[in-house]
Design a protein around this ligand. Structure first.
Ligand SMILES: [Zn+2]
Length: 467
């Protein structure tokens, strides 16, 4: 056997992603893959990394992003790579860069998540996939196509009900996107183009995805008063269409609904026990972020306006302050600020921790890379799970935390060559200091780089190093 390789990583505590405790061992990386794990003392390498005292894990998988267009603008993707992320899932909450065509009448969430106007350049998903390949980002990309895009591309009036022909056109667009590499489709049922879709429409589309081995990722209709009913609808769609369900950024919004995660997780457990494939993701913060909308602002304890198209100078200001200055009510202020984005402080620590600790819950940042003043989850999510929730709060041990960031999402999205450390797997690796790793991004200073992530390797190549 040829024992030369490109890179040797010596003496790290290696977590294989399965949830088993880490073991001190060496890794040999060759041709972008892990060639050997264990004692590799007799191997020769062009490069050697001393990982003594550090943790070595499979590269993290960000299961919920809106990075679709950011990957084209900035392929080095520092907001994620500096956190140890080597794979991102795009196309969430019903919004993707394609299909859409040149229509300018939909300046509203979820389309605005990808950045103004740039989100509407690609007529077919294959066009976008070509552009992404040409950009060559530093992370692997797992693609979903957005249901709101299917509606916008197929329907004359995407805020209404599809005709039979329009329904057929939606299915054809979904087929095209799956053929162009998508692994499923996402919905944003709280948004104007998703809200009108009845459960039956979603079952019909989900069945098309299922026929191609795809999954159904849902930003549910309601994450507040009717969150339990929303989970039931999601599970019903999964069961009737025969499709795996991913409940996106699971949470219970508003003080009246705190504690409902006991019921939502019981529904998920019952479905999983009955054999249904169901997953969730969450981000490790008690504030959410999306378009500025009056019904959400009314429920939040505090609203931070992060971006306003007509009033860019008011980014990073409290809505309450703006209302006081303008001497107007909330509806009026929201109307004047829109289109706008906001951070809503509206979740409880208990629900967040209960959801995050659930064995079927993965981690998705849900960051908005096009925001002028983003939510800190964009730059801080993964070190926060490892440092704050695993090490400091002891919500789960380090090995279980790593499983949530690696093997579990690889299983959810069918990524058989990633999410684990074993010979033959792609060499996506993160080397970090388990005692030091922590997020530094805050609501006030959201673009600060995390600490303790020492080296990030994607496909055998070092993409990031810090000391
Ligand atoms: Zn969403």
């Amino acid at each position: 056997m040829d024992k030369r390789c490109d890179l040797l990583i010596r003496g790290g505590r290696v977590f294989d992603g399965s949830g088993r405790p880490g073991m001190v061992m060496d890794l040999a990386v060759k041709d972008g893959c892990i060639a050997a794990a264990g004692a590799v003392g007799d191997w020769a390498a062009a490069d050697t990394v001393d990982a003594a005292g550090l943790a070595v894990a499979p590269g993290f998988i960000d299961t919920h992003t809106h990075d679709d267009m950011a990957l084209l603008r900035q392929p080095a993707h520092p907001s994620k790579v500096t956190q140890g992320v080597t794979t991102v899932v795009i196309g969430n909450c019903g919004a993707s860069p394609a299909p859409l065509g040149p229509r300018d009448d939909l300046v509203e969430p979820p389309f605005t998540f990808l950045g103004e106007s740039e989100g509407r350049r690609f007529k077919t998903y294959a066009d976008y996939a070509d552009a992404l390949e040409a950009a060559g980002p530093d992370v692997h990309v797992v693609k979903l196509v957005g249901h709101s895009n299917l509606r916008a591309a197929a329907m004359k009036e995407p805020h209404g009900q599809p005709t039979e022909d329009e329904m057929a056109a939606m299915k054809a667009h979904l087929e095209e996107a799956m053929a162009a590499g998508c692994v499923g489709f996402s919905v944003g049922l709280a948004y104007p183009t998703g809200k009108p879709a009845p459960t039956a429409e979603l079952i019909e589309l989900a069945a098309v995805a299922a026929a191609r081995g795809g999954l159904y990722a849902t930003h549910m209709r309601d994450e507040a008063d009717h969150v339990v009913r929303s989970v039931e609808e999601s599970l019903e769609i999964g069961a009737k269409a025969g499709v795996p369900v991913l409940i996106s950024h699971h949470k219970c919004c508003g003080p009246d609904n705190w504690g409902r995660s006991v019921d939502t997780l019981a529904r998920v457990d019952a479905a999983a026990e009955a054999g249904q494939r169901v997953f969730m993701d969450a981000y490790p913060y008690t504030a959410s972020s999306t378009g500025l909308m009056p019904e959400m602002a009314a429920r939040a304890e505090r609203v931070l306006v992060t971006e306003s198209v007509p009033h860019p100078d008011l980014a990073n200001r409290d809505l309450a302050e703006i209302m006081a200055e303008w001497d107007c009510d909330m509806e009026t202020a929201v109307g004047r600020l829109s289109p706008a984005k906001a951070v809503y402080f509206q979740m409880s620590d208990d629900d967040l921790e209960r959801i995050l600790a659930h064995p079927l819950c993965m981690v998705g940042s849900d960051g908005m890379p096009s925001d002028a003043h983003p939510h800190p989850r964009l730059w801080g999510t993964f070190p926060r799970v490892l440092g704050h929730y695993a090490r400091d709060r002891k919500l789960f041990d380090l090995a279980q935390a790593i499983r949530k960031l690696t093997q579990l999402p690889a299983q959810c999205f069918g990524l058989t060559d990633r999410g684990a450390i074993a010979p033959g797997k792609i060499a996506d690796l993160v080397i970090f200091d388990a005692d030091e790793v922590i997020d530094r991004a805050t609501y006030e200073m959201p673009e600060r780089v995390s600490e303790g992530i020492r080296m990030v390797i994607t496909g055998g190549e070092a993409r990031y190093e810090s000391r």
